[in-house]
Design a protein around this ligand. Sequence first.
Ligand code: ZN
Length: 291
Amino acid sequence: MALPAIDTVVTFPVGELIASATVVHVAPFGEGLAVIADRTSIHPVDRAWPDQPADPGVLRVDGREVAIRDALVAATDGTELHIGDIPVRPGTDGWTFVVAHVVDGDAEVAEGDEIELEADGEARRALSIGHTACHAAALALNRALAGRWSKAAREDALGSPDFDGIAIATSRIHAMGSVDRYRLNKSLRRAGFDATGLGDELDALAASVDATLAEWVAADARVRVERVGEHLSDRRTWVCELPEGSARIPCGGTHAGSLGELGAVHVAFELGDDAGTPVLTMTTTAQPGAA
Ligand SMILES: [Zn+2]
């Protein structure tokens, strides 16, 4: 079965909460419906890298308001719509990536309807602060661990070996913070990272990361999301104008406008074990308004 040509302009990367749109496709999804529109302000979760959760929000149609139960990245090659679990990588030729807004099955919404989508502003702000804190903490962690590298490794935008980019296993953004898990496996050690004694130095590591973060927050470094196009799969980059230079991290999420919005930022570390592989967990917490 051929689908109509569908595509979605996304406005959440520039911080928008409300979008006026036209429904371009409605498909059954579980017990509910997946609504695809030509435009959306709702950030969807990407199941391939589920770092930032979906925005809670509402869909308005014909004066009625319908809760958005979930928002997922979906993709189509023109024949079938894959919602959530997508067989190809973003940017694959011939595939279009869109946002599927999941609503209850009895929501009366149909192709061609004019709708308004609105993301919950408070939840978005808390996730944006959490996501910005996550990236800033990753860069501060790279700097704090730089002395543990004995070989030249890929560098981050500030010139430190990119521990975060090389060792990250999972990253989860939540309101006002994040949890990042790093695998300290054999290939990381072969690449030149020495984890000896790390377990005894976790408090010192946290103090070092916190000190860097405090400097950057005090500088109120500007943050923006750069993008090469307005569609969901167009490459987007988090850019932060730190005192040391312009930091860049590929990122599909939403962000604060500057590090000053984060208030006080603190990290805590735990060293665990996953089937014999040491795993370093960094928990990052922002307290807007606190100094
Ligand atoms: Zn990100």
